[in-house]
Design a protein around this ligand. Structure first.
Ligand SMILES: Cc1cc2nc3c(=O)[nH]c(=O)nc-3n(C[C@H](O)[C@H](O)[C@H](O)COP(=O)(O)O)c2cc1C
Length: 379
């Protein structure tokens, strides 16, 4: 008779710490975890109080963020010797339940992660919004990043120089529209926090980068409504290295898959000493998002642009507590973290005095492509 291995509190804490280290749009961390101790299922719910109604009305970016957290969760489970079984959107009657990760460990001999470095990279990965050196990233590393996306059921397109210019132009157009949209700039600003703030969510001013002195790199201006806090302009790399993450479908589950693929790509880049930052602005305007799609194949749904290269490490951003696992999943009556974020914002804004590939249905696609064959999912 086989007895079920039991999860201990320290392991749960460690799994959640890994999960919440994922990138999320505006560092909203739009997830909430709930552990069902009997079935050893970690549920990942959406956090409705941490969404962006104007920037992300369809919640696509929220799903990408949650997908990235799920990827970290499964990597951490394997690291701790547990075999994770992931179901995306497991209950049609509970739309806020975005994923359920059942820990069915222990791992067998053959289940060892293909690249233990990925788990270690979780804590090292930060967005870097600083200029990169422009040193070209060797082709085998780029191929490995593309294979990682493919293994997680998404695709990574690496544009040529003309394609890169086009994607940057579309992003710049979106950035201009965002800046001209007072309610969007106000929404973004509520997620920027002052230096020294104890907020657990949002992007600290210290993690924001400078504008590009040459005007070529359309980095998101989080503080366009507050020019006084903008950093002095610097020159960005002349040859920008970009990747377009896309999926062949555009349903909620595809967004969650794209988020997992995003994190797999970012961690692969981190393992190789690359820095990354994300450009999502064009995805926030339907016509511009459509314009970023590849002409072929016909079913190309762009999800995000990833800028990568060599350069300075990005600043750390804070995280909310990972230990909410044992709590019920419903939103709290008040969110003390959000409260502290808003308090810090008021201080900032002067005028505001007011499984393995093949064995896991969520990691298919490791066969049938020469690119994908070299990389399999790390569980
Ligand atoms: C779906 C998505 C969209 C994002 N879009 C942008 C963006 O347009 N510009 C940007 O500077 N960062 C963007 N980010 C990065 C987040 O701001 C960042 O992940 C968050 O602040 C946490 O910081 P970290 O990545 O250093 O952990 C995005 C992240 C996600 C997941």
């Amino acid at each position: 008779m086989r007895t079920q291995a039991l999860l201990d509190a320290a392991t749960v804490e460690s799994l959640l710490t890994a999960a919440v280290a994922a990138p999320s749009i505006h560092n909203t961390q739009p997830w909430r975890f709930r552990l069902d101790a009997d079935s050893q299922v970690l549920e990942v719910h959406s956090a409705p109080e941490r969404t962006l109604p104007l920037t992300d009305p369809m919640h696509r970016a929220q799903y990408l963020s949650v997908g990235a957290a799920v990827f970290n969760l499964r990597l951490a489970a394997v690291h701790h010797g547990w075999r994770p079984e992931v179901k995306l959107l497991p209950d049609p009657h509970e739309p806020g339940l975005l994923a359920a990760v059942r820990l069915i460990g222990p791992l067998g001999e053959d289940d060892q992660p293909s690249d233990p470095g990925l788990y270690e990279a979780i804590a090292r990965r930060h967005s870097s919004r600083m200029p990169f050196t422009g040193r070209p990233v060797p082709e085998p590393i780029v191929a490995e990043m593309a294979a990682a996306a493919h293994a997680a059921d998404a695709r990574l397109h690496i544009p040529d120089i003309a394609g890169t210019r086009r994607l940057l132009r579309l992003t710049a157009a979106a950035e201009l529209r965002n800046r001209a949209h007072p309610s969007r700039t106000a929404e973004t600003l509520t997620w920027v926090t002052a230096p020294g703030s104890d907020a657990s969510y949002g992007v600290p001013v210290t993690a924001l980068g400078p504008p590009d002195a040459a005007g070529r790199m359309p980095m998101r201006d989080f503080t366009s409504a507050l020019p006084a806090v903008r950093r002095p302009a610097l020159r960005f790399e002349r040859h920008v290295q970009l990747a377009l993450l896309w999926t062949p479908h555009d349903r909620r589950e595809d967004w969650l898959r794209a988020g997992q693929a995003l994190q797999y790509v970012l961690l692969t880049a981190t393992v190789h000493g690359l820095r990354t930052s994300l450009l999502h602005q064009a995805m926030e305007w339907p016509d511009l998002r459509a314009a970023t799609a590849l002409p072929r194949p016909k079913r190309c749904h762009p999800q995000l642009l990833i800028r990568f290269g060599y350069g300075p490490e990005g600043a750390r951003t804070p995280r909310g507590p990972g230990h909410s696992a044992a709590r019920p999943a419903g939103p709290p009556a008040t969110d003390p973290q959000t409260g502290s974020r808003l308090r810090s914002l008021t201080a900032l804004r002067p005028e505001a005095h007011g499984g393995r590939a093949g064995g896991n249905p969520y990691c298919a696609g490791a066969s049938g492509s020469s690119v994908a064959r070299s990389v399999s999912c790390p569980w």
